[in-house]
Design a protein around this ligand. Structure first.
Ligand SMILES: Cc1cc2nc3c(=O)[nH]c(=O)nc-3n(C[C@H](O)[C@H](O)[C@H](O)COP(=O)(O)O)c2cc1C
Length: 237
């Protein structure tokens, strides 16, 4: 590792009122809050004209041979906007662009920036609440990610997304069965990104083959409470 400061991570999971009122579990999902880490606000996408869902569905496919062209900041913002929390549905109820069993939302999303304009290389956490990125580690981690996946295509990716599962979001309500629900939720979420990327005429593919401990260590997550499930490389084609 370089001279950059080590992770200073606040691992508190804020479960609103969950301890006081079991029923509220269904309406108050947990969030990861990195209270001491700097944030970057992402941009809100502008409407692209005439992108029809039926066309996007038929065009979706995995792309691995990326060009070396970078993503711009608005493009990164637009991709992440496809999985954000829908603002101000209600003070007591949150909703996202994908369904979640019991509205508990146990999937967290991290972004590895590799080749993005106006975004430093490094590891970020995506905050669905306010559509922002939290800086966790400002360092080029491409070789670590390539080693952990044994996948050279990542070398030309603009960014990599990592999806993790947070067990204590669902365990009190669903026990082991919650893992099934979380995996289904991940499928919904990842398809939002697949279709958004296709609509933007960019490429992505999913990566299920990686060394768990290396990726979890990179994210500074404790494996007993949170673990990486899936990665996705994204780039220009
Ligand atoms: C859960 C999951 C894990 C995957 N893991 C990898 C992977 O580790 N490496 C890879 O190159 N592609 C991976 N893929 C992509 C599949 O190979 C790809 O979706 C499949 O060949 C069908 O091709 P298409 O997506 O172009 O329709 C994965 C896909 C899924 C859904």
């Amino acid at each position: 590792m370089s001279d950059f400061p080590p992770f200073i991570q606040d691992t508190r999971i804020i479960k609103w009122e969950a301890e006081e009122n079991f029923n509220s579990l269904s309406t108050n999902p947990g969030y990861k809050v990195y209270a001491r880490m700097p944030k970057i606000d992402l941009t809100i996408p502008v409407n692209r004209k005439n992108v029809f869902l039926k066309d996007v569905l038929l065009k979706r496919e995995s792309h691995r041979d990326f060009s070396s062209k970078e993503f711009d900041f608005d493009e990164v913002s637009e991709i992440l906007y496809s999985i954000r929390e829908i603002p101000e549905v209600s003070k007591n109820f949150t909703r996202r662009t994908y369904p979640s069993a019991g509205a508990l939302y146990p999937i967290e999303v991290y972004l590895i920036s590799l080749n993005c304009d106006n975004l430093e290389k490094g590891v970020f956490h995506y905050s669905v609440r306010d559509h922002s990125l939290t800086k966790l580690l400002l360092e080029d981690v491409s070789s670590l990610v390539i080693d952990a996946t044994n996948d050279e295509h990542i070398d030309r990716a603009a960014c990599v997304l990592i999806f993790t599962i947070v067990y204590n979001r669902f365990y009190p309500k669903y026990g082991q069965r919650g893992i099934r629900y979380a995996l289904i939720e991940l499928g919904h979420l990842v398809q939002n990104i697949n279709l958004t990327i296709t609509g933007m005429k960019k490429g992505c593919y999913e990566i299920g083959g990686f060394i768990d401990t290396d990726i979890n260590e990179l994210l500074d997550i404790r494996e007993e409470s949170e673990g990486a499930l899936l990665m996705m490389a994204l780039g220009n084609i």
